[in-house]
Design a protein around this ligand. Structure first.
Ligand code: BES
Ligand code: ZN
Length: 463
């Protein structure tokens, strides 16, 4: 592997300037104003794939944003990896809270700052650069590789599942690899084996049929903002448990073994609270912070609005109030079931004084990867080689809904080989990727592709 590692070292500067180029394309998937940038970004990825020597590069249009596909199938007898990543990013507002412009990648103190560095362009490029090292040095990869890079992950991957369903043969593989999660801490490589699911909801309340003068009318009708606040306040009890009836029914209990393994991880609640600037932590009673984050479901209000929010004062009793609510789910909760339970509970507790409308925006299922699969074992070995440290096992609180769909549609397990950091500011101002993780990630994926065939052989010979 010396040739590969040396090539990566020699090309560090070019790798970084390519990351800057990719970052400079503001591919915000949720914003129709950036549709052209999304296209441009798909084009950049496909150009890059051709340049590193991938074959069959193709941009598949969808009803939403395009999916970029590529393959390299020159390793007969070796396993086939399906690599998935996303080139779309989250919006950048509030833009005034960024230290440097969000689409101008800037290096400070060993980190590269910009939207998409960690989530997920930087992590996609980590793979492309590892792959390049093989193809340019040896003209071959140790595995067969298929790749899809989509542009709708941050808005719920709406068109991806139907693409996977209608391209089962094209996507046939042995294992899926995704780099879109984080390591446990700085300098602590970890293998992620669990993601939470998600049901994303919106509540719209309407009171009077128009905005009213709060003096002339205040006291005679229920203010929809107040009514909404009363609803939201009822969604947790005093123990931090969610009150939606049936919400916990399908929740898989943590095993004693898993609880023990979480407890062994280096974790400090006080330090965590200090870093987040909160006076104390909050959560479901009876569970540790890591259990609450990784293995227990939650309900969060993401945004709430209504009435007058401008500068100064305006005395108004508004007609409408709304809230966006996300519920993070764990095995074996089902996103659609939870959305239904939520909807009927909100309808039940909403006061008669207002009209309530509940909508289900998107959802996805929680995922667990078996630790004994050859892909996971190869990934652990590769992380040890790439970072020179012992690997920890962890779950994550975030969601990648396609993971479960890969299992259901293609029958494939996913290896989550993440190189972000817990404080990387994903979806927030000053998102960054640690440069040590960028280059360590490139070494790791190179080792991963190199190690994988061996783990598949072991699997075969043990049968
Ligand atoms: N990279 C994240 C997933 C993630 C988040 C993994 C946190 C580990 C920790 C991904 O890009 C993402 O943000 N996913 C969305 C999914 C949603 C839009 C369906 C999420 O988790 O909010
Ligand atoms: Zn994201």
């Amino acid at each position: 592997m010396k040739d590969i590692i040396r090539y990566c070292e020699k090309n560090r500067n070019r790798y970084l300037s390519e990351l800057k180029e990719l970052i400079a394309i503001p591919s915000i998937s949720t914003d129709p104003a950036h549709k052209k940038d999304i296209r441009r970004c798909a084009g950049w990825i496909s150009g890059q794939l051709k340049a590193i020597g991938m074959k069959g590069v193709k941009i598949f249009p969808t009803k939403g944003h395009p999916i970029v596909y590529a393959e390299w199938l020159g390793a007969p007898g070796a396993p086939t990896v399906l690599l998935y990543g996303h080139y779309d990013v989250q919006p950048v507002d509030p833009v005034n809270l960024w230290t440097t412009p969000p689409f101008k990648a800037t290096i400070r103190k060993g980190n590269i700052y910009a939207r998409g560095t960690a989530d997920d362009k930087g992590q996609v490029l980590i793979h492309l650069k590892g792959i390049e090292a093989f193809l340019k040095n040896r003209g071959a990869l140790p595995v067969n590789l298929k790749m899809i890079v989509e542009g709708e992950e941050e808005i719920g991957s709406e068109h991806l599942a139907s693409f996977v369903k209608s391209h089962k043969k094209l996507l046939k593989a042995d294992v899926v690899v995704i780099s879109d999660t984080s390591m446990f801490a700085r300098g602590v490589p970890s293998l992620c084996y669990g993601l939470r699911g998600l049901s994303y909801m919106q509540i719209d309340l309407t009171g009077p049929n128009k905005d009213l003068h709060s003096g002339s009318f205040g006291g005679s009708v229920h203010n929809p903002i107040q009514a909404l606040a009363e609803i939201v306040a009822k969604l947790h009890d005093e123990k931090g448990r969610i009150t939606v009836p049936g919400f916990y029914k399908k929740v898989r209990k943590l095993t004693a073994k898993e609880r023990r393994s979480f407890r062994k991880l280096p974790w400090n609640d006080r330090k965590y609270a200090r870093e987040l600037g909160v006076k104390e932590l909050y959560g479901e009673s009876g569970f540790t912070t890591l259990e609450r984050l990784w293995a227990r479901p939650t309900l969060e209000c993401n945004g709430i609005w209504g009435g007058f929010t401008g500068e100064g004062a305006k005395t108004v009793l508004p007609s409408k109030a709304s809230a966006k609510i996300s519920m993070r789910l764990v095995p074996d909760q089902k996103a659609d079931d939870i959305a239904r339970l939520f909807t009927s509970y909100i309808r039940k507790i909403a006061p008669k004084s207002c009209t309530v409308d509940v909508s289900y925006i998107h959802g996805g299922e929680a995922a667990i990867t078996p630790l004994e699969s050859p892909g996971v074992r190869a990934a652990v070995r590769a992380l040890e080689k790439g970072f020179g440290k012992k690997v920890l096992y962890q779950r994550e609180g975030g969601s990648i809904p396609i993971v479960v769909q890969f299992k259901e549609i293609l029958g494939l397990e996913t290896v989550l080989l993440g190189f972000g950091l817990p404080d990387e500011n994903a979806h927030a101002p000053d998102e960054f990727l640690n440069l040590g993780n960028f280059f360590g990630g490139i070494r790791t994926v190179a080792h991963f592709y190199n190690e994988l065939p061996r783990f598949y052989k072991q699997k075969r010979s043990r049968r």
